[in-house]
Design a protein around this ligand. Sequence first.
Ligand SMILES: [Zn+2]
Length: 329
Amino acid sequence: MPTVETVTGPVDADELGTTLIHEHLIFRDEAVLVQWPHAGTVKESEPPENVDEEGAFEAALESARAVLEHGVKTIAEPTAMFGGRDVRFSRRVAEETGLQVVPCTGIYTYDYLPPYFSFRDEDAMADLFVHDIEEGIQGTDIKAAFLKCAADEPGVTPNIEKVHRAVARASVRTGKSIMAHSRPASQTGPRQVEIFLEEGVAPERIQIAHTGDTDDLDYIEGLLRTGVYIGMDRYGLNIFLPLDRRNATVTALLERGYAERMFLSQDFCATLDWYPPEVGRQLMEQGAAKDWSMTLVFEQVIPALREAGMTDDQLETMMVSNAKRWLTA
Ligand SMILES: [Zn+2]
């Protein structure tokens, strides 16, 4: 039986159970946190407010307990470098609630890299990722279960290509799978996949996150034809695509036989420091992120997809089997 690393140790892949593939227990800039700790973090819930460390922990507990109530056993937590990855924080949440939290390694940037990486190559970067996978993260014995990188509005710049190649090489060296944040509006997905394949990563180890931000079926099927997984993983972020259009897309893809390549998730951040509190409140209230939570999939999405014809089998495939298959590919 293959195992999957979690922040509380390896579990049998069969023990993953219902899994949300893309949820953040915390997301904040680690440089701001170190340099101006008094600025704290911003809780992105109702209503957003400044919170201290304990507040961030409480927010994570709240989300963890909420998903457990819906039968979720596991979340994949794709917070990497620049997102304030903190595996001790995740472990506290896991220990306190019993939720299985699957950690990653990688770099979340849309272009910028510190000079540290300017004078080191892809292989040196890959060495760091491999360290997290084989030795442990941040001085703990918690091992990364998958790799993370990102491409967004600037596209696949030289720096972004470097991170993608480093992630790919670490994947080839360790056998761990890759989750790549993408931006369909900039059509980043095909180039991201191309780089991974060039580096020798098998398609079944690749997940192109945020593909559900578009309802352009030609673009999506272009990706699926390469054999990769896609994340229909930003439910609630209406600012990118409203919920009903996300559902129509998933329904169409289910009808075309792609249940085995799709994940449903929310990319929710129990704590998010991107916005001043008043702006965060506005986004939640005006509908840009209305009802965004770690449980929206269960409350609004699954019932609507069932109504549209999704079968129990298809649901089990997307919420249980796919995570197991992708994480152990
Ligand atoms: Zn994310």
